[in-house]
Design a protein around this ligand. Structure first.
Ligand SMILES: [Zn+2]
Length: 111
């Protein structure tokens, strides 16, 4: 599903055709100020995180702590102009039972 030429991390000036915004800072071209680089990610607790906290078999692992923010919503901002460029919302509480999908890498497709 992910093409072999996908760019992770700093694009270093490579023109980007499309960015997939996930959990990690994403390589992107800002549509507002034209700069390229990595987005700044801010998190917010999601329903999935709250559900995970209440699951008895996850006792002791609280997904509402910032260090366990893999189930949180992620909002991507431009580091240059502070505009929000994308959101990645974990709106599906079923995600809780699918650990491989807890943290997905952001990537971009070069033009
Ligand atoms: Zn910008």
């Amino acid at each position: 599903m992910i093409p072999p030429n996908a760019v992770y991390g700093d694009p270093k000036g490579v023109p980007i055709q499309q960015t997939m915004y996930r959990d990690t800072p994403a390589p992107f071209n800002c549509v507002y100020c034209g700069s390229s680089g990595l987005t700044t990610v801010r998190s917010k607790p999601s329903l999935a995180a709250a559900v995970a906290c209440m699951m008895p078999f996850m006792l002791g692992v609280c997904f509402l702590c910032p260090s366990m923010d893999c189930l949180w919503h992620k909002y991507h901002y431009c580091p240059s102009c502070q505009q929000k460029v994308a959101d990645f919302e974990k709106s599906d509480p079923c995600l809780v039972v699918d650990p491989p999908r807890w943290k997905e890498e952001s990537f971009a497709l070069p033009a």
